[in-house]
Ligand binder design. Structure first.
Ligand SMILES: [Zn+2]
Length: 452
């Protein structure tokens, strides 16, 4: 007889999809949690014998999956969602987003926007997110308050903001942030140089050296549009990835966000450096940036994660939508329905992402010893469908309304679609206040623009 630790809890599920091995589905299994970690995965009838006294969650019409990993975003931008749509990237940034950010970004903006983003992500099954935004310390505080796992990438950009005046101050603040947070639970500091076109050679070289010394990731937008590449050739005489390679920035710690436009040499640079790619299919489609060649990257053994990007270019922070869009887009681009099967698409948003983040030993699959970061989906809400393949149902049919429970580090953060730690009423009031302020100012700005 096994002694039941007081910390044990048991989750019984109709289906457990562990992701490792990929494509496997366990029927009527239980996941046992002990002290924030997954202890074992055994049939329900065995768990009922072995852990008689442990608190048990019964999920009889649910699939239990590893918590989803949103590998790229700008959480506070939830407050700018829908402010400017249907515009090309550079005019969207230059004429709308960056002016709005210059005017509004503050500690409080980042706090309220990040909390809203975390609510949306938990409600759609995300347990880890990667962020790149001003006031990374505030993003980290929000993540810790809400108990969600986060890679916080300190921004580095040539332009002044409320957070820092110039590149050296951004780097200095990134180092300070790392000192403050690198040993704190749930928070993983990284460098977030914005993009090749907005960071200097000197700053990139410095960041590459620091990231290697500190062994932390570099998270960066790269090859998002064709114009970015032609501008780089005009300015530097080479494509952005080649420039990053020459500056020593590429390594297994490098997370290349977007990677929409890749030539043969770019594939070689990514493969030989061991860098990972973060694919944001909905953002790339909405900004008409193009199509990340996921299938080719996989054939080159280059890992690819998935991200939503910010709420202004998506406009949802819903990883289920991202997984589905990635699977559909890859097929359409290849004109081959066998491209990126459902299990592979799910793996991108879980284990592949964990490995790119350097967290492959901690999260990304349901395996003994890993952190208990778990998401449950009730497939019978609102009706019971015919389900022949739960992975297919998850990827091609399920929506965020079916996400019922979420655990991070064994702590339940979503219980039957109720956020356990969050005061939604207060949050809603704050969001409404921001909307009123930003809307009034934006309308005035458009009127001023039209009258000139
Ligand atoms: Zn982005």
């Amino acid at each position: 007889l096994t002694t039941t630790s007081t910390l044990d809890s048991v989750i019984e599920a109709r289906w457990v999809i562990p992701v490792e091995p990929s494509g496997k589905v366990l029927h009527q299994h239980a996941v046992v949690i002990r002290d924030k970690h997954i202890l074992e995965i055994i049939p329900i009838h065995e768990a009922r014998e072995k852990y008689k006294k442990a608190p048990t969650h019964q999920l009889p019409s649910h699939a239990l999956i590893p918590g989803l990993i949103n590998a790229h975003g700008h959480a506070p931008m939830t407050l700018l969602r829908g402010l400017a749509d249907d515009l090309p990237l550079m005019s969207w940034l230059n004429d709308h987003i960056w002016p709005a950010e210059r005017r509004w970004v503050s500690e409080q903006f980042v706090r309220d926007g990040t909390t809203l983003a975390i609510a949306e992500m938990l409600l759609s099954g995300t347990t880890t997110f990667v962020d790149m935004y001003f006031y990374p310390d505030v993003v980290a505080q929000c993540a810790q308050e809400q108990k969600i796992r986060t890679q916080v990438s300190s921004p580095i950009i040539q332009f002044p903001s409320a957070w820092a005046a110039d590149e050296s101050e951004y780097v200095h603040k990134a180092l300070q942030f790392n000192d403050d947070y690198r040993n704190q639970e749930l928070i993983y500091p990284a460098f977030g140089p914005h993009a090749p076109y907005s960071v200097s050679d000197d700053a990139l070289t410095h960041v590459a050296t620091l990231a290697e010394e500190m062994d932390i990731p570099i998270h960066m937008h790269v090859h998002e549009t064709a114009q970015e590449i032609s501008d780089s050739i005009a300015t530097f005489g080479k494509r952005p990835l080649q420039r990053l390679g020459d500056l020593g920035v590429l390594s297994p710690r490098f997370q290349a966000v977007h990677a929409v436009d890749l030539d043969e040499n770019d594939f070689t640079l990514l493969r030989e450096s061991g860098a990972g790619v973060v694919h944001c299919p909905k953002s790339n489609m909405k900004l008409a940036s193009g199509f990340c060649p996921v299938d080719r990257l996989h054939k080159e053994q280059i890992r690819v994660a998935l991200g939503t990007d910010g709420a202004s270019s998506n406009n949802a922070l819903n990883m289920l939508e991202e997984i589905r869009t990635a699977a559909l887009m890859a097929k359409a681009v290849n004109r081959d329905a066998s491209t990126l099967p459902a299990a592979d698409a799910l793996k991108m948003a879980t284990l592949d992402a964990a490995n790119i983040l350097g967290l492959g030993d901690e999260i990304g699959s349901i395996e003994p010893g890993k952190r208990a970061d778990l998401t449950a989906l009730n497939f019978e809400r609102p009706i019971r469908p015919a389900i022949y393949d739960p992975i297919s149902h998850l990827v091609y049919s399920a929506n965020d309304e079916s996400v019922s429970h979420v655990w991070v580090n064994g702590q339940m953060l979503l219980e039957n679609r109720r956020l356990t730690l969050m005061d939604l009423e207060t949050l809603s009031k704050k969001v409404a206040d921001w909307q009123a302020k930003i809307d009034t100012a934006h309308r005035q700005q458009q009127l001023d623009f039209e009258s000139t």
